[in-house]
Write a protein that binds this ligand. Structure first.
Ligand SMILES: N[C@@H](CCC(=O)N[C@@H](CS)C(=O)NCC(=O)O)C(=O)O
Length: 207
């Protein structure tokens, strides 16, 4: 039995496809379509894991693993023994890497995700909408300052932290939220030049 990744179209689970491609790990892919009206995941995902969200990684023994961060750590511990995609623990880059790995689904994700709920509800100018806009600006300033000083999220070397930050920043770029003089533009160009990112884009083009 091999690993099976359950991916939801146009979702954050594309980061795990990219990571699997970077690792060169063997996997089978199952693509699920969002409901056209609600944009929610189909019931098929809830048959695999109670939360019914993507990504889900079904392991060799049939256990379904949820949570992007946990899946990334599982894959790295299993397929990145040589630490190609993460700094060595105890190196100065290690805590920097850890912070961005967790920020990607933590502080960074929510203010961008809230756009998807607040905009259709006409709540962008509400107190919550204004709070989330201020949070997004703070996060983008933090990301800008980091990428102005370092080539990659973990420092001077590409790592899995770049994969985990990719979805949010590509979405922000698509929404026109990244200014032309932001170092994020250059980082986006460099991630898009990576063969594994291009392989992921070929797969997700059908989403
Ligand atoms: N914290 C989870 C979040 C998973 C999640 O919310 N996935 C979204 C994809 S962007 C989803 O499946 N949404 C569809 C739904 O909730 O029905 C993770 O890191 O994987």
């Amino acid at each position: 039995m091999t690993l099976t990744l359950h991916h939801l179209g146009q979702s954050r689970s594309e980061r795990i496809i990219w990571l699997l491609e970077e690792l060169g790990a063997p996997y089978e892919l199952v693509v699920h379509k969002r409901d056209a009206a609600t944009r929610l995941a189909p019931a098929a995902l809830a048959d695999i894991h109670p939360l019914g969200k993507a990504p889900l990684l079904v392991l060799d023994d049939g256990r379904a693993l949820a949570e992007t961060g946990a899946i990334a750590q599982y894959l790295l511990d299993r397929f990145d023994i040589a630490n190609r995609l993460r700094p060595v623990p105890q190196s100065p880059a290690w805590p920097v890497y850890l912070e961005w790995m967790h920020a990607s689904e933590g502080a960074v994700f929510l203010p961008f995700l809230m756009n998807a709920y607040l905009r259709p509800s006409g709540l962008m100018d509400s107190p919550l909408g204004q709070y989330m806009a201020a949070e997004r600006a703070k996060i983008l300033a933090h990301v800008d300052a980091h990428l102005a000083a370092h080539a990659w999220f973990a420092g001077e070397t590409f790592s899995a932290a770049d994969c985990l930050m990719g979805f949010q920043l590509e979405a922000a770029d698509q929404a026109g939220a990244i200014s032309e003089d932001s170092p994020v533009k250059d980082w986006l160009e460099r991630i898009r030049a990576r063969p594994a990112h291009q392989a992921m884009r070929q797969i997700t083009a059908k989403d």
